[in-house]
Design a protein. Structure first.
Length: 463
């Protein structure tokens, strides 16, 4: 009885050749057995604009049929090299294999081959073995080489916890116990299995590897306490810096891998374990820059009062010590009132003491459109409207007569310059500019005006 299935294929490669023909059919493995799949690759020619769309396998007695389908025309000459999904397995016997190419519904070529499927033979997993007296300082070895007989390659290993294993035994790392080697086989053949039992020789215990991170200016500490497991005392330390009394001192020593070695037993070498030391840099809260703003303002980005590349994962505290928020927090000055206020920025990491910078903020009582700093810079008016803004903000500036170039800059909270414009020209004292905000993320920005005499700034909130 004939059975057929349509399967879709992909991955077609073309080159210049003839059309609608089969030039070669490759069948592996050789010999075929009733316990293996048959792999078929069909090579031939079709029009350059055509593509292979699938194949239909079938069987009628000892005749195996494969119809490779393709559609399309034009585009000159092209070629294909199409591997098919595995077929079979087939019972032992002699077979005729007919491979046809069907182009646009018409069979254009057929290649006929003969193959004999041999009776199946069970794979050989070798004979069980034991490896005793392994030292944890011994070099790696392949478990398959410990099996008796002549085990076939290609099987899979599992460790004593029934987890996948590479088959490469790493003494000191891999556990002792029973390692299983399994070779799967298709029916009517049988899956086979063998084992290697590994047993360690007694040896001293240096413990297991450990790791520790300390502050770059931290106190000395005991390396031994950072070994894992149950390390024996009396060993010696080596590493990037000489170790005195088992102590690591961040002030004088270099971080890295420090090796603890104890004397081995019997014929085994000296085992060791490693403590990896990493040093964390001190957090940097930056340097304070005093801020002057109006007590009636509704937004102020505190990070504009920091320079010196501060760590941007810290937090701000208000004058009473309450948490305000992260580095780029925007406050409402109007809730604090006119006067001098100190805001603290605290930079932290897990391993070092906090670093704190206090930013003095002076909030001027209304009317305070122009501060003393702005008068010094020659600015008599500086407004940003609307604020908050969306796609565009209007900047209006008035400067004293005789002022040279006036430059406008938009800065992010990280200090990056996002927009730059030159405003003044022809001796004008009243200036107006439309600031494009399209493409900016929502948040607080600093609008800075620079003259020949100094600079002033306003906070702009983009929605």
């Amino acid at each position: 009885m004939r059975h057929s299935t349509l399967l879709l294929l992909s991955g077609l490669a073309f080159s210049a050749m003839g059309q609608g023909t089969i030039t070669n059919v490759q069948i592996t493995p050789n010999p075929l057995t009733e316990c293996t799949f048959m792999n078929v690759t069909v090579i031939g020619t079709i029009p350059g604009n055509a593509q292979v769309t699938g194949f239909v396998p079938g069987q009628n007695g000892n005749t195996i049929t494969i119809v490779l389908t393709a559609t399309g025309s034009g585009g000159g000459n092209g070629s294909f090299n199409q591997p098919l999904p595995p077929l079979g397995p087939y019972p032992a016997g002699a077979y005729t294999i007919a491979v046809s190419l069907e182009l646009n519904g018409t069979i254009t070529d057929t290649e006929t081959l003969s193959r004999t499927v041999q009776p199946g033979v069970n794979p050989d997993a070798g004979m069980d073995a034991s490896v005793l007296g392994v030292c944890d300082t011994d070099p790696d070895f392949l478990l398959i080489n410990e099996l008796g007989g002549s085990p076939d390659p290609g099987g899979v290993w599992t460790n004593p916890m029934n987890q996948p294993h590479s088959g490469n035994f790493n003494p000191g790392t891999d556990p002792a116990g029973l390692y299983l080697y399994t070779i799967e086989a298709l029916a009517p053949c049988s899956t086979v299995q063998s084992s290697v039992y590994v047993e360690y020789a007694p040896n001293s215990d240096p413990g297991d590897d450990g790791a520790v991170t300390v502050c770059v200016n931290g106190a000395p500490f005991d390396l031994f306490a950072n070994l894992q497991g149950n390390p024996e005392t009396g060993g010696t330390w080596s590493g990037p810096s000489p170790v005195v009394n088992g102590q690591y001192d961040p002030a004088t020593m270099t971080p890295g891998a420090y090796v603890y070695t104890v004397q081995g037993m019997g014929n085994c070498g000296d085992p060791s374990a490693t403590v990896t030391v990493t040093e964390a840099n001190l957090p940097n809260a930056g340097t304070a820059v005093p801020i002057t703003a109006c007590a009636t303002d509704t937004s102020l980005t505190l990070s504009t009062g920091l320079t010196g590349n501060p760590l941007q994962t810290g937090v701000w505290l208000d004058p009473l010590g309450f948490l305000l928020g992260p580095y780029n927090v925007v406050i409402n000055p109007s809730i604090y009132g006119a006067g001098n206020h100190n805001f603290r920025y605290v930079a932290t990491n897990t391993f070092c003491p906090n670093d704190t910078t206090t930013v003095p903020v002076t909030l001027l009582a209304a009317p305070c459109d122009i501060s003393v700093q702005e008068q010094f810079a020659g600015v008599t008016r500086f407004t940003v409207m609307p604020n908050p803004a969306r796609d565009r903000a209007t900047i209006e500036v008035a400067v004293v007569a005789g002022m040279g170039a006036v430059r406008l800059e938009l800065l992010g909270t990280d200090g990056r310059s996002l927009r730059r414009e030159r405003l003044a020209g022809n001796g004008r004292t009243d200036l107006r500019h439309e600031l494009d905000l399209v493409g900016l993320e929502a948040g607080a920005y600093l609008v800075r005006l620079t003259t020949d005499r100094g600079n002033v700034s306003r906070t702009l909130v983009v929605e």
